[in-house]
Design a protein around this ligand. Structure first.
Ligand SMILES: C[S@@+](CC[C@H](N)C(=O)[O-])C[C@H]1O[C@@H](n2cnc3c(N)ncnc32)[C@H](O)[C@@H]1O
Length: 272
């Protein structure tokens, strides 16, 4: 049985899309500690990770599919969207910066998931580090970034992104590799299961495969590390996340209909 964080991934088999894809599928299966299946059969309780040179596609037992692809749909058009129209960009304070300042800004997305928010950040020109505790999700994300880097129109964005498979608390506390980014972004929470109908497909996949996360002290470590701000995404109306009770600095919010971003301003005021 193989574990990814606390998740039991023994229900997932890796499958090569074509015979030519077998070597990469085999390597990935070894890397993730999963079994390689020869057949693409469905109709059982098994999830499959279909591997081709272009895509990593997760297939649920009911046949529903999910992949990460920044070259299609909204993600591919992000760089053209005005920054002031994007609530995440406003919460991160990037809309107020010049292009040169954004390029000099380092953002760590410490709960990367499917990288949708991380990609929005990278499209602003920031150096973007994506931390993801699940080896499976991190490998899908890494592949999607590498694939985007092969598209001339997206290469300059993708090349600003680094994906690291790590529990963020461990990353922030490893003193020898301690990096102080300007901004840390956290979106640790899955949407409530009660609102399942509204949850997007990608998030349903993560919710089904990944365990409740132990995010003990995540906010505290982030607050100690970011030089400018920590931004936490919350559902509208939800409480602030655990760890906020110790915070004595400035806390502001940016709100949309469904989402609230809590902004902890960590920049030290220079003495009077
Ligand atoms: C709600 S999803 C994030 C979705 C993401 N904002 C996006 O746009 O796709 C939360 C993700 O954070 C990861 N995660 C949660 N806590 C973490 C931690 N302490 N360290 C690293 N990754 C974490 C989970 O494995 C999951 O993939």
């Amino acid at each position: 049985m193989s574990f990814d964080g606390n998740a039991d991934l023994s229900i997932i088999r890796v499958v090569a899309d074509t015979e030519a894809d077998t070597p990469i599928a085999n390597d990935l299966a070894i890397q993730l500690g999963l079994h390689l299946d020869e057949a693409k059969s469905t109709g059982d309780d098994i999830w499959r990770l279909l591997v081709s040179s272009e895509q990593r596609t997760l297939i649920r037992p009911d046949g529903a599919k999910m992949n990460i692809d920044f070259t299609q749909g909204k993600a591919a058009l992000r760089q053209a969207q005005p920054s002031k129209d994007q609530s995440l960009v406003r919460a991160l304070g990037l809309h107020k910066l010049t292009e040169a300042q954004r390029h000099a800004t380092h953002v760590i997305d410490a709960t990367a998931g499917l990288g949708q928010d991380g990609w929005i950040i990278a499209c602003q020109g920031c150096k973007t580090t994506l931390l993801e505790q699940s080896a499976l999700v991190a490998s899908m994300l890494q592949h999607a970034i590498q694939y985007a880097a092969r598209q001339p129109a997206l290469a300059s964005i993708a090349n600003k992104v680094e994906v690291i498979n790590v529990r963020s608390q461990d990353y922030f506390t490893q003193s020898d590799s301690r990096i102080r980014p300007n901004i840390i972004y956290l979106d640790p929470m899955f949407p409530s299961k009660k609102k399942q109908a509204k949850v997007k497909k990608g998030m349903q996949f993560l919710q089904a495969l990944l365990p409740e996360t132990d995010n003990d002290r995540l906010l505290e470590h982030a607050l100690d590390t970011a030089t400018s701000r920590v931004v936490v995404k919350r559902p509208s109306g939800a409480d602030v996340i655990a760890g906020t009770e110790h915070w004595r600095g400035q806390l502001t919010t940016v709100e949309t209909d469904a989402t609230r971003f809590d902004i902890y301003h960590t920049a030290r005021q220079s003495p009077g």
